[in-house]
Design a protein around this ligand. Structure first.
Ligand code: CP
Ligand code: NVA
Length: 312
C-alpha cells in the first residue's frame, strides 16, 4: 500500500486493497491503544484543521489521535482565518502547504477540499463536506468488520435521506468492497443521476445497489441498518419540509425487524436526533453499535494520517 503523500478526498481514490490496508492499520492502532502502548510517531509533525462546520467526534478524533502520537494539531475555525473571505482558498492553501505536514478540512464545498489539496501540495483529508464523509465510512467499515469478521458479501441498508453525504460515501465503499447496498428513501430524497452515475459502476457484477422507496424491500436481508440525521449541517432552512417527508423512514423496531436477521446491527454516524430519524429504543437497544462506531472514528483517522505521512 503506497498512500504516502496522497489525499483522501472522497474514498473514490482508494483501491479495494488500500481500504483493507487502512482497516488493518486501524485495527493495529486500536490494539495498541487498548494495550496501553504509547507511541510518538507524529513527534515533530503538525496538522492544520480547517473547520467551517461544527464537529464533536471528527475534531476530537483528529486532535486526540494526532496529539497522543506527539504531533501538534492546530484547529482553525471559520472565525479564526480569512479562508474564502479576505483571502482566496488557493492562497491560504499555499501558505499552509509551507507550514504544515498535513491538513484536514471540514466544510461545505467539496471543491474547497480539492483546491486545498491542489495548491497546498500536502496531503488533505476530507473531514466532511456537503458531498462526502470518507473518514466516517472507514470507521463504519471497521465496526462492521469487528462485528461480522468480513465485509464482502454483507448487505447494508441506508434508511432516510438518500441525498446525504454519508449515504453517498457508504455507496462508494460498498461498491468497492463487494457489499450489497440499498437506499430506502422517498422519491424526492433519492440520489440524483449524477450520484448514480458515479456509484453504479463501482458495483460491477459482484454486488447490488438498490434505490427504492420500499422500506421492506430495502431492509430485507440487511446485516446493517444505517441512518443519519434528516437535516444535515447547512440545511436548517429546509428542516420542516424534510422532517415531514422523511417521517415514514424513521428507524424503529419494526424497521429493524424487516431485515429478517437476528444478527443485524444498527449504525448511525452521530450526532443523532432521537425520535426523529431513529427511536431511542433502537438507538439504545441491543442491536445498536453506535458507541464502538464513534470510537472507531479515532482509530481509522489515526490510520489514515499515518498512511498519508508514510509512517508505520
Ligand atoms: N460523525 C461525525 O462526523 O460527527 P461530528 O459531526 O460530531 O464530527
Ligand atoms: N449528514 C450529516 C453528517 C454529520 C456527521 C451532516 O452533514 O450534517
Amino acid at each position: 500500500m503506497q498512500l504516502q503523500g496522497k489525499s483522501l478526498l472522497s474514498l473514490k481514490e482508494l483501491s479495494n486493497q488500500e481500504i483493507y490496508g487502512l482497516l488493518d492499520r486501524a485495527a493495529r492502532v486500536k490494539r495498541e491503544k487498548k494495550e496501553g502502548r504509547r507511541n510518538q510517531r507524529l513527534a515533530g509533525y503538525t496538522l492544520a484543521m480547517i473547520f467551517e462546520k461544527l464537529s464533536t467526534r471528527t475534531r476530537s478524533a483528529f486532535e486526540s489521535a494526532f496529539g497522543e502520537e506527539g504531533g501538534h494539531p492546530v484547529f482553525l475555525g471559520s472565525n479564526d482565518i480569512h479562508l474564502g473571505k479576505k483571502e482566496s482558498i488557493e492562497d491560504t492553501a499555499r501558505v499552509f502547504g509551507g507550514m504544515f505536514d498535513i491538513l484536514a478540512f471540514r466544510g461545505f464545498a467539496q471543491e474547497t477540499a480539492e483546491k486545498l489539496a491542489l495548491y497546498s501540495k500536502i496531503p488533505v483529508i476530507n473531514a466532511l463536506t456537503d458531498d462526502y464523509h470518507p473518514t466516517q465510512v472507514l470507521a463504519d467499515l471497521q465496526t462492521m468488520q469487528e462485528e461480522f469478521g468480513k465485509l464482502e458479501g454483507l448487505k447494508l441498508c441506508f434508511v432516510g435521506d438518500g441525498t446525504d453525504n454519508v449515504a453517498r460515501s457508504l455507496m462508494i465503499a460498498c461498491g468497492k468492497l463487494g457489499m450489497d447496498c440499498s437506499i430506502a428513501a422517498p422519491a424526492s430524497f433519492q440520489p440524483d443521476s449524477t450520484v448514480m452515475q458515479e456509484v453504479t459502476p463501482l458495483f460491477g457484477s459482484h454486488a447490488n445497489l438498490t434505490v427504492t422507496h420500499d422500506l421492506a424491500k430495502a431492509c430485507d436481508g440487511a446485516h446493517v441498518i444505517y441512518t443519519d440525521v434528516w437535516v444535515s449541517m447547512g440545511q436548517e432552512d429546509h428542516a420542516a419540509q424534510k422532517e415531514l417527508v422523511l417521517k415514514p423512514y424513521q428507524v424503529n423496531d419494526a424497521v429493524m425487524a424487516l431485515s429478517g436477521r437476528k444478527e443485524s446491527i444498527f449504525l448511525h454516524c452521530l450526532p443523532a436526533v432521537k425520535e426523529k430519524e431513529v427511536t431511542a429504543a433502537v438507538f439504545e437497544g441491543p442491536q445498536s453499535r453506535v458507541w464502538p462506531e464513534a470510537e472507531n472514528r479515532k482509530h481509522t483517522i489515526k490510520a489514515v494520517i499515518l498512511a498519508l505521512l508514510g509512517l508505520s
